[in-house]
Design a protein around this ligand. Sequence first.
Ligand SMILES: NC(=O)c1ccc[n+]([C@@H]2O[C@H](COP(=O)([O-])OP(=O)(O)OC[C@H]3O[C@@H](n4cnc5c(N)ncnc54)[C@H](OP(=O)(O)O)[C@@H]3O)[C@@H](O)[C@H]2O)c1
Length: 331
Amino acid sequence: MRAVVYDTYGPPDVLRLEDVERPVPKEDEVLVKIHATTVNRLDVHTREANRGGGLAVMALSRLVSGVRRPRQPILGSEFSGVVEEVGAAVTEYAVGDSVFGDTGLGFGCHAEFTCMSESDWMARKPAGMSFEEAAAVCDGALNVLWILRKGDVKKGQKVLVYGSSGSCGTATVQLTKYFGADVTAVCKTKNVELARSLGADRVIDYTQEDFTKNGETYDVIVDAVGKHSFKRCKDSLKPGGKYLATDGFRNLVLAMWTSRFGDKKVVFPIPPRYTKEDVGFLKELIEAGKYRAVIDRCYPLEDVIEAAKYVETQQKTGNVVLIVSGGAGNP
Ligand SMILES: NC(=O)c1ccc[n+]([C@@H]2O[C@H](COP(=O)([O-])OP(=O)(O)OC[C@H]3O[C@@H](n4cnc5c(N)ncnc54)[C@H](OP(=O)(O)O)[C@@H]3O)[C@@H](O)[C@H]2O)c1
């Protein structure tokens, strides 16, 4: 099968298209023919061995992915596609089912086929959703769902979402709204309308206004893009307020510290523990018209280097999709 592989950590140019062995499903697995996948921040960080994160994060990244070279030569954690084969012990899926999901740190989705077990993060593709959109659902939304639940975000709370236009940001606005919060989104001018269309009650353009200086306070501030800090947000939190982080080693330390000391808390629950029920929950939200995946650009698999370079600008709006095979439209 065709796959994008890499055998050394580095910039996007380490990626190349190659023919590799097609995976064979075990008894409890299905073989999925991938129609679409994404290039996300997890792919970028892993391919670079997190070189921007400091020594400790770099070392941890290599421990997880392979010390000298990547153990898994195929990146890509999100997918949508069609079940091509089923193992003898599989009961939930049949050949021909359209599915979507996430392989997490197992990666392997920048390829024509991948194997998933029934208990993995996968569900049937939402009715009426294209393969491109379905491939872009899981990474941001699963992460945010996990964080919002751990932060106990609920109805009636005043929540500010900083960085509301990325993969996590677009998911955060929609999911906080779904949980019944009053949502203020913060983004650049060009994304203001998008944030409104996703359900934000108010939008602050950070090129015009600094939310930390306008006197407003919130029950929860979600830093959905890893560009703010607890220190700078603290005065904008109400007493007992929470700062929910999506990234940053320092937030791990702050989460431990504030769990014992001080009134305002940092919540950074890693490692995340997603379940396949979470994917099913997202499918239901999508089918109820309460969630959508925001897509910025689609590239053919062959243009993976260009796609990766674009994701590295950290300026994508929502998600960047790779079309693997006949990805367009519905089955
Ligand atoms: N723990 C996990 O499992 C997990 C999973 C997924 C992601 N993450 C982490 O979550 C973070 C966000 O990832 P992502 O994929 O959502 O990011 P992303 O899609 O690359 O974010 C791009 C968006 O960030 C905004 N942005 C860039 N610089 C900004 C700044 N200085 N202030 C405010 N907004 C800024 C841009 O919007 P504007 O043009 O509006 O500024 C752009 O639309 C990353 O740190 C990632 O590593 C963690």
